[in-house]
Write a protein that binds this ligand. Structure first.
Ligand code: R2B
Ligand code: URA
Length: 352
């Protein structure tokens, strides 16, 4: 039984310490699972991004860039492991209806990854793809959060509970969170990166509102100014233009983002749309997406230093459709990843 530790987290719910185990349902990880503390007890940073494949690539690039090591909760790499005969057995089991094809694909993906030191998923993959990399700066989780504040909030609750259960939330070494994402630029070009000062709701106000017991609760939405500055100061390491600004978070890509190309639209004209977007720009907003304000509110409430790094896929003052080619989008999406990798590398130097 581990001794209780002093947590840096604010407003941490004491009930979770009475749950034996606390089942982190969407991650598929019970808090008393073997190996969990060894795998996650050293986490100093959690990088979150929309898509599972992007979380995989970030973990892979981070491993390579830092000389880090991929962490697994599965079997250790083993000289006697015969990948092809295991894949064959798996194929026979699926053919015979003894194993589900999709479960089998995740196992095969992880066996292949383990053979060559690529990131492996930890926990179940139905909702989130979670990877862990041991870097010289400490443990880093790379995980996807899907689209929008509701799924991101579920991930934030469960990852934070996970890190508390494994004792990573110490006062001596508080962990940090980041979101790496895509967005619509406001007066900035495709490929430009915004490190957010704070999140704004679609009205342009710096707040995040939720309803609890039928009553509205309003939370502030500031990112950690010191972490924002530390990440921003790494911009010399990336080719893209990096700016600081506010980020507008909406509950839809189409309707709330005032697009004229949704299945329906409440916006009557291009002029009406531009009036709204220009008003946000004049107030200091530089991009528009779907998570920053809920993310900032969660982290500010719990005292977790957090930053949001969003790349523009287009300038919304010039259009609505994302017409960038797939290779351009891949290059744009790599910008925030490279910025954060540089930050993590510099943290390793500071910590030595
Ligand atoms: C940016 O991109 C996604 C929508 O395409 C959404 O998750 C966001 O915030
Ligand atoms: N993601 C968004 O939410 N909006 C955009 O315009 C582009 C990406």
């Amino acid at each position: 039984m581990e001794a209780p530790h002093e947590t840096f987290l604010k407003h941490l719910n004491p009930v979770i310490d009475t749950l034996k185990p606390d089942f982190l349902y969407h991650l598929g990880l019970p808090s008393n699972m073997d190996g969990l503390r060894e795998a996650f007890g050293d986490v100093v940073h959690v990088a979150m991004m929309g898509s599972g494949p992007r979380a995989f690539r970030f973990a892979q690039e981070l491993t390579e860039a830092t000389g880090g090591k991929v962490r697994s909760l599965g079997e250790e790499p083993n000289q006697d492991f015969d990948l092809m005969s295991r894949v064959n057995e798996e194929f026979e089991a699926v053919k015979a209806g003894e194993k589900d094809l999709l479960d089998s694909m995740v196992d095969v993906q992880n066996w292949m990854a383990r053979e060559i030191g690529l990131p492996e998923t930890i926990g179940k993959t139905e909702r989130f793809w979670l990877f862990k990399v041991d870097t010289p700066a400490g443990g880093v989780i790379s995980v996807n959060h899907h689209m929008g504040m509701p799924t991101h909030a579920i991930l934030l609750h469960e990852v934070t509970k996970l890190l508390h259960h494994v004792g990573a939330d110490t006062v001596e070494r508080p962990f940090e969170y980041s979101r790496l994402g895509t967005s619509g630029g406001l007066g900035i070009a495709g490929g430009d990166i915004v490190v957010s000062n704070r999140g704004l709701e679609a009205s342009g106000l710096p707040r995040y509102r939720i309803h609890v017991l039928g009553k509205e609760i309003e939370l502030p939405t500031e990112f950690d100014p010191e972490l924002v500055e530390r990440i921003f100061s790494c911009r010399d390491a990336v080719e893209a233009t990096v700016v600081k600004g506010d980020t507008v978070s909406c509950d839809d890509f189409y309707t709330e983002q005032a697009r004229l190309d949704g299945a329906f639209t409440f916006v009557k004209s291009e002029a009406e749309k531009l009036q709204y977007l220009n008003r946000l720009h004049a107030k200091g907003a530089r991009n528009m997406e779907m998570e920053a304000s809920g993310f900032a509110a969660f982290c500010q409430h719990m005292g977790i230093p957090a930053a949001c790094i969003g790349v523009a896929l287009l300038n919304r003052l010039s259009g609505d459709q994302v017409t960038a080619l797939p290779e351009e989008i891949a290059r744009y999406s790599d910008g925030p990843q490279q910025l954060l990798i540089e930050y993590i590398k510099r943290q390793a130097v500071t910590r030595v």
